[in-house]
Design a protein around this ligand. Structure first.
Ligand code: SF4
Ligand code: SF4
Length: 363
Protein backbone atom coordinates (compact mmCIF):
# COMPACT_ATOMS: atom_id res chain seq x y z
CA UNK A 1 0.00 0.00 0.00
CA UNK A 2 1.44 3.32 -1.09
CA UNK A 3 1.35 5.96 1.63
CA UNK A 4 2.50 8.97 -0.33
CA UNK A 5 -0.75 10.86 -0.25
CA UNK A 6 0.42 13.68 -2.53
CA UNK A 7 1.38 11.19 -5.25
CA UNK A 8 -1.83 9.20 -4.87
CA UNK A 9 -3.95 12.32 -5.13
CA UNK A 10 -2.29 13.63 -8.28
CA UNK A 11 -3.91 11.06 -10.55
CA UNK A 12 -7.54 12.07 -9.94
CA UNK A 13 -8.68 14.02 -12.98
CA UNK A 14 -12.06 14.81 -11.46
CA UNK A 15 -13.77 13.20 -14.49
CA UNK A 16 -16.68 11.84 -12.45
CA UNK A 17 -16.70 8.38 -14.06
CA UNK A 18 -16.83 6.94 -10.53
CA UNK A 19 -19.97 8.71 -9.37
CA UNK A 20 -22.45 6.11 -10.59
CA UNK A 21 -20.48 3.35 -8.82
CA UNK A 22 -20.51 4.97 -5.39
CA UNK A 23 -23.37 3.75 -3.16
CA UNK A 24 -22.86 6.71 -0.82
CA UNK A 25 -23.15 9.27 -3.61
CA UNK A 26 -26.11 7.46 -5.18
CA UNK A 27 -27.92 7.59 -1.85
CA UNK A 28 -27.11 11.16 -0.82
CA UNK A 29 -26.76 12.76 -4.29
CA UNK A 30 -24.36 15.26 -2.76
CA UNK A 31 -21.12 15.87 -4.64
CA UNK A 32 -19.18 16.43 -1.38
CA UNK A 33 -19.62 12.73 -0.55
CA UNK A 34 -18.83 11.43 -4.03
CA UNK A 35 -15.43 9.79 -4.54
CA UNK A 36 -14.02 12.86 -6.30
CA UNK A 37 -15.61 15.15 -3.69
CA UNK A 38 -13.89 13.27 -0.87
CA UNK A 39 -10.63 13.27 -2.81
CA UNK A 40 -10.93 17.04 -3.27
CA UNK A 41 -11.46 17.47 0.47
CA UNK A 42 -8.43 15.28 1.25
CA UNK A 43 -6.36 17.26 -1.24
CA UNK A 44 -7.45 20.51 0.38
CA UNK A 45 -6.50 19.20 3.84
CA UNK A 46 -3.16 17.97 2.51
CA UNK A 47 -2.43 21.40 1.04
CA UNK A 48 -3.66 23.19 4.17
CA UNK A 49 -6.57 24.91 2.42
CA UNK A 50 -9.14 23.29 4.75
CA UNK A 51 -8.46 22.67 8.46
CA UNK A 52 -8.79 18.96 9.41
CA UNK A 53 -11.54 19.80 11.87
CA UNK A 54 -13.70 20.83 8.90
CA UNK A 55 -12.60 18.21 6.37
CA UNK A 56 -12.19 15.08 8.51
CA UNK A 57 -15.92 14.34 9.04
CA UNK A 58 -16.26 13.71 5.29
CA UNK A 59 -13.81 10.79 5.54
CA UNK A 60 -16.31 8.55 7.27
CA UNK A 61 -18.67 8.72 4.27
CA UNK A 62 -16.99 5.80 2.54
CA UNK A 63 -17.53 2.08 3.06
CA UNK A 64 -14.27 1.23 1.23
CA UNK A 65 -16.35 -0.85 -1.17
CA UNK A 66 -13.91 -0.32 -4.05
CA UNK A 67 -16.62 0.71 -6.51
CA UNK A 68 -14.89 3.93 -7.58
CA UNK A 69 -11.54 2.23 -8.00
CA UNK A 70 -12.98 -0.51 -10.21
CA UNK A 71 -14.22 1.98 -12.82
CA UNK A 72 -11.65 4.78 -12.59
CA UNK A 73 -10.05 5.28 -16.01
CA UNK A 74 -6.94 6.68 -14.31
CA UNK A 75 -6.44 3.66 -12.07
CA UNK A 76 -6.65 5.77 -8.94
CA UNK A 77 -6.09 3.79 -5.73
CA UNK A 78 -8.97 5.21 -3.74
CA UNK A 79 -8.78 2.59 -0.98
CA UNK A 80 -5.16 3.54 -0.33
CA UNK A 81 -6.09 7.24 -0.34
CA UNK A 82 -9.00 6.90 2.07
CA UNK A 83 -7.13 4.54 4.42
CA UNK A 84 -4.14 6.89 4.51
CA UNK A 85 -6.33 9.96 5.01
CA UNK A 86 -8.14 8.27 7.89
CA UNK A 87 -4.86 7.34 9.52
CA UNK A 88 -3.93 11.04 9.49
CA UNK A 89 -7.18 12.75 10.23
CA UNK A 90 -10.04 10.33 10.83
CA UNK A 91 -9.17 7.95 13.66
CA UNK A 92 -11.88 7.10 16.17
CA UNK A 93 -10.96 5.63 19.53
CA UNK A 94 -14.49 4.38 20.15
CA UNK A 95 -14.64 2.50 16.85
CA UNK A 96 -11.14 1.15 17.41
CA UNK A 97 -12.18 -0.22 20.80
CA UNK A 98 -15.26 -1.88 19.29
CA UNK A 99 -13.29 -3.40 16.42
CA UNK A 100 -10.53 -4.60 18.74
CA UNK A 101 -13.08 -6.09 21.12
CA UNK A 102 -14.65 -8.07 18.33
CA UNK A 103 -11.67 -9.01 16.18
CA UNK A 104 -9.57 -10.15 19.13
CA UNK A 105 -12.42 -11.93 20.84
CA UNK A 106 -12.10 -9.73 23.95
CA UNK A 107 -15.84 -9.07 24.05
CA UNK A 108 -18.05 -12.15 24.22
CA UNK A 109 -19.83 -12.64 20.91
CA UNK A 110 -23.19 -12.45 22.69
CA UNK A 111 -22.49 -8.83 23.56
CA UNK A 112 -22.59 -8.09 19.85
CA UNK A 113 -25.88 -9.95 19.54
CA UNK A 114 -27.32 -7.72 22.24
CA UNK A 115 -26.03 -4.61 20.48
CA UNK A 116 -27.34 -6.03 17.22
CA UNK A 117 -30.78 -6.45 18.77
CA UNK A 118 -30.85 -2.69 19.36
CA UNK A 119 -29.46 -1.92 15.94
CA UNK A 120 -31.55 -4.29 13.83
CA UNK A 121 -35.25 -3.49 13.95
CA UNK A 122 -36.11 -6.99 12.70
CA UNK A 123 -35.49 -10.44 14.10
CA UNK A 124 -31.75 -10.97 14.31
CA UNK A 125 -30.49 -12.80 11.24
CA UNK A 126 -27.58 -14.48 13.01
CA UNK A 127 -26.55 -16.06 16.26
CA UNK A 128 -22.98 -16.04 17.48
CA UNK A 129 -21.39 -19.42 17.85
CA UNK A 130 -20.61 -20.47 21.40
CA UNK A 131 -17.62 -22.31 19.99
CA UNK A 132 -15.84 -20.33 17.29
CA UNK A 133 -15.01 -22.36 14.20
CA UNK A 134 -11.25 -22.23 14.75
CA UNK A 135 -11.56 -23.67 18.26
CA UNK A 136 -13.06 -26.90 16.93
CA UNK A 137 -11.75 -27.21 13.35
CA UNK A 138 -9.09 -29.73 12.36
CA UNK A 139 -5.93 -28.24 10.90
CA UNK A 140 -5.94 -30.58 7.91
CA UNK A 141 -8.74 -32.11 5.82
CA UNK A 142 -7.59 -34.50 3.10
CA UNK A 143 -8.82 -34.19 -0.49
CA UNK A 144 -7.64 -36.03 -3.56
CA UNK A 145 -4.33 -34.37 -4.39
CA UNK A 146 -5.73 -31.52 -6.47
CA UNK A 147 -3.70 -28.98 -4.50
CA UNK A 148 -3.40 -27.58 -0.99
CA UNK A 149 -5.89 -24.83 -0.18
CA UNK A 150 -5.50 -22.73 2.94
CA UNK A 151 -8.86 -21.59 4.33
CA UNK A 152 -8.56 -18.12 5.82
CA UNK A 153 -11.51 -18.00 8.17
CA UNK A 154 -11.85 -14.34 9.17
CA UNK A 155 -13.36 -12.95 12.38
CA UNK A 156 -16.99 -12.61 11.28
CA UNK A 157 -17.13 -16.16 9.94
CA UNK A 158 -15.26 -17.58 12.91
CA UNK A 159 -17.66 -16.22 15.49
CA UNK A 160 -20.98 -15.73 13.70
CA UNK A 161 -21.01 -18.01 10.65
CA UNK A 162 -18.94 -21.14 11.38
CA UNK A 163 -21.44 -22.95 9.14
CA UNK A 164 -19.94 -21.11 6.12
CA UNK A 165 -16.44 -22.32 6.97
CA UNK A 166 -17.61 -25.87 7.71
CA UNK A 167 -19.42 -25.99 4.36
CA UNK A 168 -16.39 -24.58 2.51
CA UNK A 169 -14.11 -27.24 4.01
CA UNK A 170 -16.42 -30.03 2.86
CA UNK A 171 -17.02 -28.54 -0.59
CA UNK A 172 -13.30 -28.00 -1.20
CA UNK A 173 -12.42 -31.46 0.01
CA UNK A 174 -15.18 -32.92 -2.20
CA UNK A 175 -13.66 -30.97 -5.12
CA UNK A 176 -10.35 -32.75 -4.57
CA UNK A 177 -8.38 -30.19 -2.57
CA UNK A 178 -6.49 -30.81 0.66
CA UNK A 179 -7.69 -28.11 3.05
CA UNK A 180 -5.45 -26.43 5.62
CA UNK A 181 -7.03 -24.51 8.49
CA UNK A 182 -4.20 -23.10 10.63
CA UNK A 183 -5.49 -22.42 14.11
CA UNK A 184 -3.19 -19.46 14.82
CA UNK A 185 -4.73 -17.27 12.12
CA UNK A 186 -6.50 -14.12 13.28
CA UNK A 187 -8.67 -11.36 11.74
CA UNK A 188 -7.25 -10.18 8.38
CA UNK A 189 -6.89 -6.65 9.80
CA UNK A 190 -9.09 -4.84 7.26
CA UNK A 191 -11.31 -3.32 9.99
CA UNK A 192 -8.18 -1.65 11.40
CA UNK A 193 -7.09 -0.44 7.97
CA UNK A 194 -10.53 0.99 7.45
CA UNK A 195 -10.19 2.93 10.72
CA UNK A 196 -6.79 4.28 9.71
CA UNK A 197 -4.96 2.11 12.28
CA UNK A 198 -2.04 1.23 10.02
CA UNK A 199 0.38 0.09 12.72
CA UNK A 200 -2.13 -2.34 14.16
CA UNK A 201 -2.85 -3.60 10.66
CA UNK A 202 0.85 -4.20 9.98
CA UNK A 203 1.23 -6.24 13.17
CA UNK A 204 -1.77 -8.40 12.26
CA UNK A 205 -0.50 -8.85 8.70
CA UNK A 206 2.94 -9.92 9.95
CA UNK A 207 1.36 -12.47 12.29
CA UNK A 208 -0.86 -14.02 9.61
CA UNK A 209 1.92 -13.96 7.01
CA UNK A 210 4.24 -15.97 9.26
CA UNK A 211 1.60 -18.69 9.49
CA UNK A 212 0.66 -18.68 5.81
CA UNK A 213 4.26 -18.59 4.59
CA UNK A 214 5.24 -21.51 6.81
CA UNK A 215 2.58 -23.69 5.13
CA UNK A 216 3.21 -22.64 1.50
CA UNK A 217 -0.31 -23.42 0.23
CA UNK A 218 -1.03 -23.69 -3.49
CA UNK A 219 -4.10 -21.51 -3.03
CA UNK A 220 -5.61 -19.33 -0.33
CA UNK A 221 -9.35 -18.88 -0.07
CA UNK A 222 -11.94 -17.53 2.33
CA UNK A 223 -15.70 -17.38 2.67
CA UNK A 224 -15.21 -13.63 3.26
CA UNK A 225 -14.41 -11.49 0.18
CA UNK A 226 -13.01 -8.68 2.33
CA UNK A 227 -10.53 -11.15 3.80
CA UNK A 228 -9.57 -12.33 0.31
CA UNK A 229 -9.18 -8.73 -0.89
CA UNK A 230 -6.96 -7.94 2.07
CA UNK A 231 -4.80 -11.01 1.55
CA UNK A 232 -4.37 -10.36 -2.15
CA UNK A 233 -4.11 -6.61 -2.28
CA UNK A 234 -2.47 -5.66 1.00
CA UNK A 235 -0.61 -8.86 1.99
CA UNK A 236 0.40 -9.38 -1.66
CA UNK A 237 -0.63 -13.05 -2.17
CA UNK A 238 -1.24 -13.73 -5.87
CA UNK A 239 -2.65 -17.20 -5.23
CA UNK A 240 -5.88 -16.05 -3.58
CA UNK A 241 -8.86 -17.77 -5.24
CA UNK A 242 -12.58 -17.54 -4.55
CA UNK A 243 -14.60 -20.64 -3.76
CA UNK A 244 -16.55 -20.68 -7.05
CA UNK A 245 -13.36 -20.62 -9.15
CA UNK A 246 -11.82 -23.43 -7.10
CA UNK A 247 -14.95 -25.56 -7.43
CA UNK A 248 -15.14 -24.97 -11.19
CA UNK A 249 -11.51 -26.09 -11.50
CA UNK A 250 -12.02 -29.01 -9.13
CA UNK A 251 -13.43 -32.41 -9.81
CA UNK A 252 -16.40 -32.76 -7.50
CA UNK A 253 -19.85 -33.79 -8.71
CA UNK A 254 -22.73 -31.59 -7.68
CA UNK A 255 -26.44 -32.20 -8.19
CA UNK A 256 -28.97 -29.72 -9.46
CA UNK A 257 -31.24 -28.28 -6.74
CA UNK A 258 -34.80 -27.47 -7.85
CA UNK A 259 -34.83 -23.91 -6.45
CA UNK A 260 -35.22 -20.47 -8.05
CA UNK A 261 -32.05 -18.58 -7.08
CA UNK A 262 -30.76 -15.03 -7.45
CA UNK A 263 -27.22 -13.84 -6.82
CA UNK A 264 -26.03 -10.76 -4.93
CA UNK A 265 -22.51 -9.54 -5.81
CA UNK A 266 -20.58 -8.69 -2.62
CA UNK A 267 -18.70 -5.43 -3.26
CA UNK A 268 -15.20 -6.73 -2.63
CA UNK A 269 -15.80 -9.96 -4.55
CA UNK A 270 -16.84 -8.20 -7.75
CA UNK A 271 -15.18 -4.80 -7.55
CA UNK A 272 -11.87 -5.72 -5.95
CA UNK A 273 -11.38 -9.37 -6.95
CA UNK A 274 -13.19 -9.21 -10.31
CA UNK A 275 -15.26 -12.34 -9.57
CA UNK A 276 -18.79 -12.29 -10.98
CA UNK A 277 -19.14 -14.85 -13.80
CA UNK A 278 -17.95 -17.89 -11.78
CA UNK A 279 -20.76 -18.00 -9.19
CA UNK A 280 -23.30 -17.38 -11.96
CA UNK A 281 -21.88 -20.30 -13.93
CA UNK A 282 -22.35 -22.57 -10.93
CA UNK A 283 -25.82 -21.32 -10.07
CA UNK A 284 -26.97 -21.56 -13.71
CA UNK A 285 -25.96 -25.21 -13.89
CA UNK A 286 -27.10 -26.20 -10.39
CA UNK A 287 -30.38 -24.30 -9.94
CA UNK A 288 -33.00 -22.29 -11.73
CA UNK A 289 -31.01 -19.06 -11.73
CA UNK A 290 -32.41 -15.68 -12.66
CA UNK A 291 -30.45 -12.41 -12.63
CA UNK A 292 -32.03 -9.80 -10.40
CA UNK A 293 -31.92 -6.10 -11.11
CA UNK A 294 -28.75 -4.32 -9.97
CA UNK A 295 -27.12 -7.42 -8.43
CA UNK A 296 -23.99 -5.35 -7.75
CA UNK A 297 -25.79 -2.74 -5.63
CA UNK A 298 -24.15 -2.68 -2.18
CA UNK A 299 -26.29 -4.26 0.57
CA UNK A 300 -25.37 -1.28 2.77
CA UNK A 301 -23.25 -3.05 5.40
CA UNK A 302 -19.64 -1.89 4.89
CA UNK A 303 -18.51 -3.02 8.37
CA UNK A 304 -18.32 -0.13 10.81
CA UNK A 305 -19.73 2.15 8.07
CA UNK A 306 -23.21 0.84 8.96
CA UNK A 307 -22.65 2.02 12.53
CA UNK A 308 -21.50 5.49 11.45
CA UNK A 309 -24.14 6.04 8.78
CA UNK A 310 -27.14 3.79 9.43
CA UNK A 311 -29.37 6.12 7.37
CA UNK A 312 -27.32 5.37 4.22
CA UNK A 313 -26.96 1.67 5.06
CA UNK A 314 -30.68 1.20 5.69
CA UNK A 315 -31.61 3.06 2.52
CA UNK A 316 -29.34 0.80 0.41
CA UNK A 317 -30.67 -2.30 2.12
CA UNK A 318 -34.26 -1.23 1.44
CA UNK A 319 -33.50 -0.83 -2.26
CA UNK A 320 -31.76 -4.20 -2.33
CA UNK A 321 -34.76 -5.81 -0.69
CA UNK A 322 -37.00 -4.48 -3.47
CA UNK A 323 -34.82 -6.04 -6.18
CA UNK A 324 -34.63 -9.38 -4.34
CA UNK A 325 -38.41 -9.46 -4.03
CA UNK A 326 -38.96 -8.55 -7.69
CA UNK A 327 -36.58 -11.30 -8.83
CA UNK A 328 -39.04 -14.02 -7.80
CA UNK A 329 -36.18 -16.04 -6.30
CA UNK A 330 -36.88 -18.52 -3.52
CA UNK A 331 -33.34 -18.19 -2.16
CA UNK A 332 -30.75 -15.44 -2.37
CA UNK A 333 -27.22 -16.76 -2.78
CA UNK A 334 -24.17 -14.63 -2.05
CA UNK A 335 -20.66 -15.15 -0.74
CA UNK A 336 -20.10 -12.71 2.10
CA UNK A 337 -20.83 -13.07 5.82
CA UNK A 338 -21.30 -9.30 6.11
CA UNK A 339 -24.00 -9.19 3.40
CA UNK A 340 -25.77 -12.21 4.91
CA UNK A 341 -25.67 -10.68 8.38
CA UNK A 342 -26.95 -7.31 7.22
CA UNK A 343 -29.59 -8.54 4.77
CA UNK A 344 -30.50 -11.43 7.02
CA UNK A 345 -34.17 -11.64 7.87
CA UNK A 346 -34.68 -8.25 6.24
CA UNK A 347 -34.36 -10.08 2.92
CA UNK A 348 -37.76 -11.29 1.68
CA UNK A 349 -36.26 -14.75 1.05
CA UNK A 350 -33.60 -16.75 2.95
CA UNK A 351 -29.96 -15.84 2.21
CA UNK A 352 -27.44 -18.63 1.83
CA UNK A 353 -23.69 -18.47 1.46
CA UNK A 354 -22.49 -20.09 -1.77
CA UNK A 355 -20.57 -22.63 0.35
CA UNK A 356 -23.83 -23.74 2.01
CA UNK A 357 -25.62 -23.95 -1.32
CA UNK A 358 -22.83 -26.11 -2.77
CA UNK A 359 -22.85 -28.32 0.32
CA UNK A 360 -26.54 -29.01 -0.30
CA UNK A 361 -25.79 -29.73 -3.97
CA UNK A 362 -23.26 -32.39 -2.88
CA UNK A 363 -25.92 -34.53 -1.23
S1 SF4 B 1 -11.42 8.92 -8.88
FE1 SF4 B 1 -11.04 8.35 -11.04
S2 SF4 B 1 -13.10 8.19 -11.94
FE2 SF4 B 1 -13.31 9.35 -10.02
S3 SF4 B 1 -13.16 11.51 -10.61
FE3 SF4 B 1 -11.07 10.85 -10.04
S4 SF4 B 1 -10.12 10.18 -12.00
FE4 SF4 B 1 -12.36 10.28 -12.35
S1 SF4 C 1 -14.89 3.12 -1.98
FE1 SF4 C 1 -17.11 2.87 -2.40
S2 SF4 C 1 -18.17 4.16 -0.86
FE2 SF4 C 1 -15.98 4.80 -0.91
S3 SF4 C 1 -15.94 6.51 -2.34
FE3 SF4 C 1 -15.44 4.66 -3.53
S4 SF4 C 1 -17.40 3.94 -4.35
FE4 SF4 C 1 -17.87 5.43 -2.71
Amino acid sequence: MSTNLSDLLKVCAGCGSCLSSCPVYLTLRDETYSPRGKIAVIQAMEEGRIPPVEGAPVLSYCSLCGGCESVCPNGIRTLDIFAEARSRWGRSLLKKALVAGFARGIFPAHLFTSLGALFFPEKLPFRPSLKPFLSRAEEFYPGAGRGRVLLFVGCLTNRFFPNHAEAAVRVLSHSGYDVLVPKGQICCGFPYLSLGEKEEFRKIMAHNRRIIDSLKPDFITSTCPTGMTTLRRFYGYENVRDLASLVLQGKGNFNKIPLRTAWHDPCHLKKELGIWSQPRELLSSLSSFKEMERPELCCGFGGSFSLSHPEISFSLRKEKRKYIKESGAEVLITACPGCIMFLGSFSPVPSLHLSEFLLRAMK
